[in-house]
Design a protein around this ligand. Structure first.
Ligand code: SF4
Length: 374
């Protein structure tokens, strides 16, 4: 198939669903790791089309959702300082901190700007040499390489009024944490294809073997998701637990060597807190010692922040697949996209947002043939 529309072909989707129905003999719980996959699943009603035996559990793969409250509060603190231009992707502006968000900071006079690339922030730094420009660098293995490259570029060009507030996280340690949780029900993983397009698949065979869990690298279109489910169910029914690449049009086994080299140059692996989940060992990146001067936490004094999570938000359970968003008491009542209590309701990849957008408003799942190309 050459065009994205073909990956939404309803006839091919029916064929994959028929194969899954013909294969499955008992209940299986599969986790799609990525929030983008969750949105495809809910938008197209894929979870409702599957046989009852196949349950999809939504995973923690939403970069905005897992950014810890403490880092959000640090962003708010830095963005409020005089002389600072704080740059971020738009998603982060409405994510609630302890008592406000970045939109509020902007309303109060802070210079908070939405950018579409970290290089935009670097350009702003060049254009404003008397100001401190900070870019909010969050996300998984997909967004980390361009952020690393921007810091590398800042040093190469001698731009010193630029820094990065870093909260990058890595998927394989999160899979490890999910599999070792006493509450874990996951029996197979749809691994996030874009993460593997950067990192390759080397990190997964050991995980799959040790936890006896199939891991199928999966894309983001409806047919990608169905093919990932089909392959995972086949493995489970045969008692296998290997790593398969069901997204070869984007993922090479070795990943992207240039991006990996940039990550290794600029970042080092560290323990990271995930919002609603807690600290996962070796699950994140920070700037390495060679680039410490570009670390916003190093440049600005932001210690001593007291965070306070809203008691009624259960996004930690949602992110671990322990609770479906519409099982949260606040869903659609005190928590909506207009007044979110948690990042999972406000992020474009958040599971609560997906449930609200495609189900809560009474919208039927979009038919496969009518869906726009993502
Ligand atoms: S519906 Fe709102 S309050 Fe409930 S878990 Fe999701 S974001 Fe948190």
């Amino acid at each position: 198939m050459k065009y994205l529309e073909e990956f939404q072909n309803p006839e091919l989707a029916r064929g994959l669903l028929d194969d899954i129905r013909a294969t499955v003999t008992r209940p299986w719980a599969l986790m799609e790791v990525c929030g983008g996959q969750t949105h495809t699943i809910i938008r197209h009603g894929i979870d409702q089309l599957l046989p009852d035996e196949v349950e999809l559990i939504h995973g923690p793969g939403c970069p905005v959702c897992v950014t810890p409250l403490e880092v959000i509060d640090k962003a708010l603190e830095i963005a409020s300082r005089p002389g600072v231009i704080f740059c971020s992707f738009g998603d982060m502006l409405r994510v609630p901190g302890t008592d406000r968000d970045l939109f509020r900071v902007r309303g109060e006079g802070g210079d908070v700007r939405i950018v579409y690339s970290p290089l935009d922030a670097l350009r702003i730094a060049r254009e404003n040499p008397t100001r401190e420009v900070v870019f909010f660098g969050i996300g998984f293995e997909t967004t980390a390489p361009p952020n690393a490259m921007t810091v590398h570029q800042a040093r190469r060009l001698g731009i010193r009024n630029f820094s990065l507030l870093v909260s990058h996280v890595r998927v394989p340690p999160a899979i490890e944490a999910i599999m070792t949780s006493p509450d874990c029900r996951v029996q197979g993983f749809l691994a996030a294809g874009h993460v593997c397009s950067v990192m390759g698949v080397d990190e997964y065979p050991e995980l799959a073997a040790r936890h006896k869990v199939p891991i199928v690298v999966t894309g983001f279109e409806p047919l990608d998701i169905l093919e990932g489910i089909r392959r995972t169910v086949h493995q489970l029914e045969r008692g296998e637990h290997t790593v398969e690449n069901a997204y070869p049009r984007a993922v090479r086994p070795e990943g992207n060597p240039a991006a990996k080299a940039m990550l290794a140059d600029v970042f080092e692996v560290t323990d990271r807190a995930w919002r609603g989940i807690g600290v996962i060992p070796q699950s994140g990146w920070r700037l390495s010692a060679r680039y410490r001067e570009y670390d916003a936490e190093h440049r600005f004094e932001v210690s001593g922040i007291n965070t306070r999570e809203p008691a009624e938000c259960r996004s930690g359970e949602v992110l671990q697949g322990l609770l479906k968003p519409n099982q949260c008491e606040a869903f659609g009542t005190t928590c909506t996209p207009r007044s979110p209590l948690g990042a999972t309701m406000v992020s474009s990849e958040g599971a609560c947002a997906a449930y609200y957008l495609y189900r809560r408003l009474g919208m039927p799942a979009a038919p496969l043939e009518a869906s726009p190309v993502a």
